[in-house]
Design a binder for this molecule. Structure first.
Ligand SMILES: Cc1cc2nc3c(=O)[nH]c(=O)nc-3n(C[C@H](O)[C@H](O)[C@H](O)COP(=O)(O)OP(=O)(O)OC[C@H]3O[C@@H](n4cnc5c(N)ncnc54)[C@H](O)[C@@H]3O)c2cc1C
Ligand code: FES
Length: 350
């Protein structure tokens, strides 16, 4: 079956049972998406012609009125016939070069009690280009995959740094904490996602939850290392002091920005369950932002982290005047196969 993208008149093939998004990515068409689990709504598109179905039933990321308007979610929809669709990407879908490559674990350093910093070495003969903020998939058996954002900046794209949070029973993350994985070979696919630094002059507001810091760190390093003139505010939300696994690094980055004299970085850690000694911000990270910042409409907003945090940011920041086309987000949902194993869907919007 064939799919036609109406705006660009590009066509690509889709196999039976393959999601429309996977087919587009396989054709190197980086259509907008984030969670790939039917939750975040970022892969919405309008079905102009043809018939689709959802093998797991109507997805959570589409409201009834959106379904009535003819909108579909590309990460969940399968084709029953040839299709014509209209995508809502803020940029024209670009042909990106998504590669599948071997990667060796060169370093695996515990950053905190439940986060490990993984450095993956890519083959010297390969060029791997990504944009600050994008993610890669680590391939498991049977075509299953796990998504992780790149925390390092794009200038050294042969050594990728990831921040992996331990998930109890997690097929990929748990063994990293229990076994020596040094020098193990993995297969990765990427770069993926449209959560990426947008050049410009507007001040930037970066909001991360837990390891949602990773893609934001890539963006911060990219801006500061390249001496770009941007005013940046980072709010990083974690549970308690012991979860601030990159606190010293972020303070150092803020000083480096001051020394460079071009970019500016103000960093605010926010703890939801701090010790009594904590003198900094408390509560949910998005609420700390709303409390501190009253002219939200002037910011380009980048948010990454757990689905509930992203849902709150989209809802609350939108109400405070952040335009949808200036709000970029990456929702760290569970992998679709892990989600399917859950008795009830916990990774839903709040
Ligand atoms: C675009 C994108 C980028 C991401 N980037 C990162 C990143 O940089 N760092 C990072 O640590 N994670 C990131 N994630 C989340 C990560 O991909 C998932 O948590 C993944 O499922 C973990 O794989 P695993 O094999 O360790 O656990 P799985 O085998 O997938 O999970 C085992 C069980 O644990 C539960 N579970 C899975 N994930 C979570 C979770 N996040 N929280 C609570 N329970 C869970 C489920 O019940 C699941 O059945 C990202 C996700 C997306 C979509
Ligand atoms: S709903 Fe499809 S990518 Fe999130």
């Amino acid at each position: 079956m064939r799919i036609r993208l109406a705006k660009s008149n590009t066509t690509f093939g889709v196999a039976p049972e393959q999601s429309l998004l996977d087919a587009a990515l396989a054709a190197s068409l980086n259509l907008p998406h984030s969670c790939k689990s039917g939750n975040c709504g970022s892969c919405r598109a309008r079905l102009l012609q043809g018939e689709i179905y959802y093998p797991s039933g109507p997805p959570l990321g589409l409201s009834e009125s959106e379904v009535a308007e003819g909108l579909v979610l590309l990460c969940q929809a399968r084709a029953r016939s040839d299709l014509s669709i209209e995508t809502f990407d803020v940029t024209t879908p670009e042909r990106t070069f998504i590669k599948r490559l071997p990667a060796r674990i060169e370093r695996a350093l515990p950053l905190s009690h439940d986060v490990i910093g993984l450095c993956l070495r890519l083959p010297a003969a390969e060029t791997f280009r990504f944009e600050a903020g994008q993610y890669i998939d680590i391939m498991l058996s049977g075509g299953r995959r796990r998504s992780f954002s790149v925390a390092s900046p794009p200038n050294d794209s042969r050594l990728l740094e990831l921040h992996v949070r331990r998930v109890a029973g997690g097929e990929f993350s748990a063994p990293l904490f229990d076994e020596s994985t040094l020098s193990s070979l993995l297969t990765i696919e990427g770069p993926l996602g449209q959560f990426a630094y947008r050049p410009g002059t507007a001040p930037m507001l970066l909001v991360g939850g837990g390891t949602g810091l990773a893609p934001l760190l890539s963006i911060l390093r990219h801006v500061i290392d390249n001496g770009m003139e941007r005013d940046m505010r980072l709010y990083w939300g974690v549970r308690s002091e012991r979860d601030l696994y990159a606190h010293a690094l972020l303070q150092e980055l803020a000083c480096r920005a001051v020394r460079g004299g071009v970019a500016q970085l103000r960093y605010v850690p926010v703890l939801s369950e701090p010790s009594p000694q904590w003198r900094g911000s408390r509560g949910w990270v998005h609420e700390a932002v709303l409390q501190d910042i009253h002219d939200m409409e002037k910011y380009d907003v980048y948010a990454a982290g757990p689905p509930a945090m992203i849902a709150a940011v989209r809802r609350e920041f939108g109400l405070r005047g952040v335009a949808a086309n200036r709000l970029f987000f990456d929702s760290f949902d569970y992998a679709p196969d892990a989600l399917a194993r859950q008795p009830t869907s916990a990774a839903t919007k709040s």
